[in-house]
Design a protein around this ligand. Structure first.
Ligand SMILES: O=C(O)CCC(=O)C(=O)O
Length: 257
C-alpha cells in the first residue's frame, strides 16, 4: 500500500460491515478506517489548528495532553465534525441504541510531550445515571502511529463497571482499582488521518506518549444513551447549567446529531 492510498471501512450506505459491529461488541472498541474523506480531514484539521491557536491559553496545558472541551460551541467547522451524521450513524450502529452528544473534546499531545495518558475508564468521571452504551469516536486529524500517541485498549473491559475514577497520570491506578485487569492483553491501534477508533465508556484504554516533532491532533465525539440523566456529581460540562439530579441530559447542550 502506498502512503497516499485511501482505505475506508464505510459502505456507500454510511454503515460498517457486521464483523466490525461484532468486534466492537466483543472487545469494547473497534477501528474504523477512512470514516472521513481526505478533503474532510484537510478542512477539519485546518479548523482544529486555528481553534487551538486561538484558545491555547484556555486549554489544559498539562503534560498528558492539551484539552479543549465543547469546541462545537466555538466554531462552525468543529460543529460539523461533532454533529457529523456519518460518525453518529456508525456510533449508533455499534452501540445499538439512540445516542446524543455528551460533549466533544480536542485532545492534543504537543510535539515531544513524552508523556502517556495512563490507563483509565471514561464513565467513572461522568455525572450520569446508568448509561451503558456511551461511546467515544476518537478521530485522528493527523497520522497517529504509536510513536505519536495512538491508543491502546484492554479488550473485554467494557463489562467492568462500578470502579472509582482512575488517575490518568498514574500508570498503575486502573490496575490498583481492579488487579484482575493487570494481565489482560493490550491492543495498540495506529491510525491514519481520517481513521477513528470507537470505544465504550467502560473500556480501559491509554494513549502512548508523543515522541515526534508533530502535534498529535485528535477530535473526540462522545455520545451517551439518548435518555441519560444527570447524577448530581460535579463536572465541567454540567456545572454551569443549573441542573438538578435526575434531570434528563437533553436540550441545546446535548443535541442528537
Ligand atoms: O487521547 C488521549 O490521550 C486519551 C484519549 C482518551 O482517553 C479518550 O478519548 O477517552
Amino acid at each position: 500500500m502506498t502512503a497516499t492510498q485511501h482505505v475506508t471501512d464505510i459502505a456507500p450506505d454510511g454503515q460498517v460491515a457486521a464483523d466490525l459491529v461484532t468486534a466492537y461488541r466483543e472487545n469494547g472498541f473497534v477501528r474504523v478506517r477512512g470514516i472521513l474523506g481526505q478533503q474532510e480531514v484537510e478542512r477539519f484539521r485546518t479548523a482544529a489548528e486555528s481553534i487551538l491557536a486561538a484558545n491555547r491559553s484556555d486549554s489544559t496545558a498539562g503534560a498528558v495532553f492539551s484539552q479543549l472541551v465543547n469546541v462545537w460551541r466555538l466554531d462552525p467547522t468543529a460543529r460539523e465534525l461533532t454533529l457529523h451524521s456519518r460518525l453518529a450513524g456508525v456510533a449508533e450502529q455499534l452501540a445499538g441504541v439512540r445516542l446524543r452528544i455528551w460533549h466533544d473534546q480536542m485532545l492534543v499531545k504537543e510535539p515531544h510531550n513524552e508523556t502517556a495518558t495512563e490507563f483509565h475508564q471514561d464513565q467513572p468521571y461522568w455525572p450520569h445515571e446508568p448509561n451503558r452504551h456511551a461511546i467515544s469516536a476518537w478521530i485522528a486529524l493527523v497520522d497517529v502511529p504509536p510513536e505519536r500517541g495512538c491508543m491502546t485498549f484492554l479488550p473485554g473491559t467494557q463489562h467492568v463497571t462500578g470502579l472509582r475514577p482512575q488517575d490518568l497520570n498514574e500508570e498503575d491506578d486502573l490496575f490498583e482499582a481492579d488487579p484482575s485487569l493487570r494481565w489482560l492483553p493490550r491492543v495498540t491501534v495506529p491510525l491514519r488521518a481520517g481513521d477513528c477508533t470507537f470505544h465504550n465508556s467502560h473500556t480501559g484504554h491509554m494513549a502512548l506518549p508523543n515522541r515526534t516533532g508533530l502535534a498529535r491532533l485528535a477530535h473526540v465525539n462522545i455520545y451517551m444513551d439518548e435518555d441519560t440523566r444527570y447524577s448530581g456529581a460535579a463536572h465541567v460540562v454540567t456545572d454551569p447549567l443549573g441542573l438538578t439530579a435526575g434531570d434528563r441530559l437533553d436540550g441545546e447542550w446535548f443535541p442528537r446529531p
